[in-house]
Design a protein around this ligand. Structure first.
Ligand SMILES: NC(=O)c1ccc[n+]([C@@H]2O[C@H](COP(=O)([O-])OP(=O)(O)OC[C@H]3O[C@@H](n4cnc5c(N)ncnc54)[C@H](O)[C@@H]3O)[C@@H](O)[C@H]2O)c1
Length: 363
């Protein structure tokens, strides 16, 4: 069983995977702002484990079993390994009975999400999925407007992810851009925006998607365009590419309803670019100023507030904002997009078995 904690305890974290995204977790956990303690780190690439262990003054391990056997005091295991391995690692780790936090995308196939959820349920673990953009002040404000019913009947949502990744990014690790372990822009970069779109617009009835590999030398797509029909009857347009040149241009989501319109803009859904409602409120005038945030990269600033809510959910036994079942929702849509693209743009219903898409398939 995952350790239960009282509402004032400091939670002990161990990290698995010391690659690119680990720095966001490590800085958040050691910032002194969270009731968290970093206990140890592991990476099969010992030089990476050593570098992070030394930088943050904690023991490092090559084998995560060895790390967890040596540190029974760990309360939360953060899984920051390549996406296609999340299922193997979470299912394997569940036997330790700890809380598990896994990076996005939760997994690459719906059946993998189910296996992770089931392994955690059986072992009494809580499974949290990183969705840091839900914590951007601009997104929080838009969500509050939705919960206050300010949009009324939703008409349409449009996501536009125009980011730059170059070949060097893909060449730095063998898993990147492969069908087995990563996928393309839809599963790796725009998975955040898929999650946001479904969080705001609700369940999806059908998707139609076209995907292309225009500039990158990778197996999966670098560019995709899709139309979504939500069960509410509203429509969605989803456009994503990592082939934007010469640099990152935008990561935005527009929300149009009968009561008003909001565009969450910037490069990482980090700014209020447009905010206008039929029924005005005094705070509307300053929304751009009060709810926009500077970001250093497209990863944004959301990891620390996200981890804070995980700690709060564990300490106070509250539901987390994104636990396994919620994390699975965007994977159902993601795999339906891949299925549709594999079928040349045919309509696909999320949640139906995927038979043509190769994402997440390994020998
Ligand atoms: N939330 C975000 O904005 C965000 C941003 C980037 C990446 N990610 C996600 O984080 C995950 C990791 O991405 P990354 O860019 O850091 O990749 P990376 O390749 O830089 O790092 C992954 C690390 O995992 C290690 N690893 C692999 N198998 C292992 C094992 N069995 N035990 C221990 N370590 C192991 C690798 O050696 C590597 O160092 C991916 O799922 C990715 O989608 C999330």
């Amino acid at each position: 069983m995952a350790p239960s904690k009282d509402s004032s305890s400091v939670l002990n974290f161990a990290l698995i995977g010391c690659g690119r995204i680990s720095e966001k977790h490590l800085t958040a956990l050691t910032s002194g702002k969270l009731p968290a303690k970093l206990i140890a780190v592991a990476d099969i690439d010992e030089s990476k484990a050593k570098a992070k262990g030394e930088k943050y003054g904690v023991p490092h391990y090559r084998d995560y079993h060895e790390m967890l056997d040596a540190h029974p005091e760990v309360d939360v295991i953060s899984v920051l390994t390549p996406s296609g391995y999340h299922v193997d690692h979470v299912v394997d780790l569940a036997r330790y009975g700890k809380n598990i936090l896994v990076e996005k995308p939760m997994a690459l196939r719906v059946e993998h999400c189910d296996a992770m959820i089931e392994a955690c349920r059986k072992n009494g673990c809580r499974l949290f999925v990183v969705k840091q953009n839900r914590f951007n002040p601009a997104v929080v404000a838009a969500r509050k407007a939705l919960e206050d019913s300010r949009f009324g009947k939703m008409v349409m949502a449009t996501v536009c992810v125009r980011w730059r990744r170059d070949q060097a990014y893909y060449d730095q690790a063998a898993w990147r851009g492969t069908w087995a372990l990563d996928g393309g822009v839809l599963s790796q970069q725009a998975t955040h925006h898929l999650d946001l779109m479904q969080w705001f617009m609700g369940p999806v009835e059908t998707v139609q998607c076209q995907a292309a590999t225009r500039l990158m030398n990778i197996e999966a797509e670098d560019t995709a365009a899709a139309i979504l029909k939500f069960k509410s009857g509203a429509l969605g347009i989803f456009e994503a590419t990592v082939a934007t040149r010469p640099k990152d241009m935008c990561g935005t989501m527009s929300l149009l309803g009968e009561g008003g319109s909001v565009v969450v803009g910037g490069i990482a859904v980090n700014e209020i670019a447009h905010w206008e409602f039929e029924k005005k409120r005094p705070e509307d005038a300053d929304m751009r100023k009060t709810h926009s945030q500077q970001v250093a990269s497209v990863y944004g600033n959301g990891h620390e507030p996200y981890i804070a809510t995980v700690i709060d959910a564990i300490r106070n036994n509250r539901p987390g904002l994104v636990e396994g079942a919620e994390g699975k929702k965007s994977i159902e849509i993601l795999t339906a997009l891949y299925e549709s693209a594999a079928l040349g743009g045919a309509p696909v219903v999320p949640g139906q078995p995927i038979t043509h898409a190769r994402i997440g398939l390994r020998q």
